[in-house]
Design a protein around this ligand. Structure first.
Ligand SMILES: [Fe+2]
Length: 391
């Protein structure tokens, strides 16, 4: 089986896919020109056998394992201190979305003189960076969701303003990615579900984002088809290596596709994560149907295409919507944000910051702060019908 799940791809970057390919980590570092890697990982993975093996396999490597969920500037600064103290020349970003984002941003910042927030994804701010000061990254995802391993940005929390900022530079794209499904078999069911739906939302929002981008649309559709087939399998049996391998591919496809844009789900999920420290994938999974109903007038044709490609029992927007609701139930995703301890008392701020989030620009219907606040309130209360009326 592992033969058919193995492949070397060259877009959007060099990807080595296949169970067991973490054995090629040393070769990947050498190919990326890294002699003294700093391994950046999540604090929950520090003692894991896979990290110990990586450390043992890489000569002159050191470990930075103090990255938490929703990584903040303080994590990046601590990583940079470790990077400079160890005289490193590249980063192995190894873990979930938080470790990948933090590791990429550490490598990006390693040779910059301006402060991090100067490189927020606004206009051409990325051109402020010195490209010669960007260190190479080898990325090894251990969840199938974020797709950050093939992304050119990292999301970092500004703890002073409670805002998640997207730090962007084209050279933040990792040089080499290892997609090894064996690294994801130990993921608990709930994390598998939440991260898997994040990948689905990447594909879905990219496909529905306005603009001419047939490459992204094609990748997004196939990503959704794979997730429909394999996410329930990966959740039912975490050891199902085929399901795990297909989900890793689908996660990379989601992030490849969302170069086209995202939408209201991510626009709202970012400030919710900033203020309530919720899990990003889980937050998206809860919010998804509320934004879908709000966008319904603009996505009827597109959701019908998705329903056909996914071969759903019922077609059109309603067929697709019913399937999303069923998938959410089957995977144990809560219906309201209140169930994950998000309250409406910051609704006005959430609406305002969602409107400012770069993802909002990809929503199929232009949305303002008041509309995003209304969607957020409906999601807190679990009242989808409240969004329907708003359209
Ligand atoms: Fe996401």
């Amino acid at each position: 089986m592992s033969m058919i799940l193995r492949g070397n791809w060259n877009y959007p970057t060099t990807i080595w896919a296949g169970p067991g390919r973490i054995a090629e980590l040393g070769k990947a570092c050498a190919s990326a020109g890294i002699k003294r890697p700093l391994i950046v990982t999540d604090e929950g993975l520090v003692g894991a056998p896979m990290i110990k093996s990586a450390l043992a396999a890489l000569k002159d490597a050191a470990l930075f394992g103090a990255v938490r969920g929703n990584p903040a500037l303080s994590h990046v600064e601590a990583g940079l201190r470790a990077y400079r103290a160890g005289g490193h020349d590249g980063v192995v970003a190894f873990g979930g979305g938080s470790a990948l984002d933090a590791g990429k941003v550490v490598a990006f910042m390693s040779g910059q003189t301006r402060p991090l927030w100067d490189f927020e994804d606004i206009g051409d701010w990325w051109t402020r960076a010195d490209p010669a000061g960007i260190a190479p990254v080898v990325a090894v995802p251990t969840t199938a969701g974020t797709g950050s391993e093939v992304g050119r940005a990292g999301v970092i929390l500004n703890e002073e303003t409670h805002q998640k900022k997207i730090i962007f530079h084209p050279q933040m794209m990792p040089r080499i990615v290892i997609l090894d499904a064996e690294l994801t078999v130990g993921l608990p069911r709930a994390v598998t579900a939440a991260t898997g739906i994040d990948a689905f939302v990447h594909c879905f929002e990219a496909f529905c984002a306005p603009g001419f981008h047939p490459l992204a649309d094609g990748i997004a559709l196939e990503g959704m088809r794979l997730i429909r087939r394999f996410l329930p399998r990966a959740c039912a049996d975490g050891q199902d290596i085929e399901a795990r391998a297909q989900m890793l591919a689908a996660a990379s496809m989601g992030a490849t596709a969302f170069q086209k844009g995202l939408g209201g789900v991510h626009a709202i999920a970012h400030p919710v994560g900033s203020w309530f420290n919720t899990h990003h994938g889980l937050t998206n999974a809860v919010i998804l149907p509320y934004v879908m109903r709000f966008n319904r007038p603009a996505i009827a044709d597109k959701t019908d295409i998705i329903a056909r490609v996914l071969d759903l029992p019922a077609r059109g927007f309603e067929g697709f919507f019913a399937w999303v609701m069923e998938l959410r139930r089957e995977l144990g995703i809560p219906h309201s944000l209140a169930e994950i301890n998000v309250s409406a008392d910051k609704a006005a701020i959430i609406g305002r910051e969602a409107a400012m989030d770069p993802s909002a620009g990809g929503n199929p219907i232009p949305v303002d702060a008041a509309q995003l606040e209304r969607i957020f309130r409906a999601a807190v209360e679990g009242r989808i019908e409240a969004v329907d009326r708003a359209t």
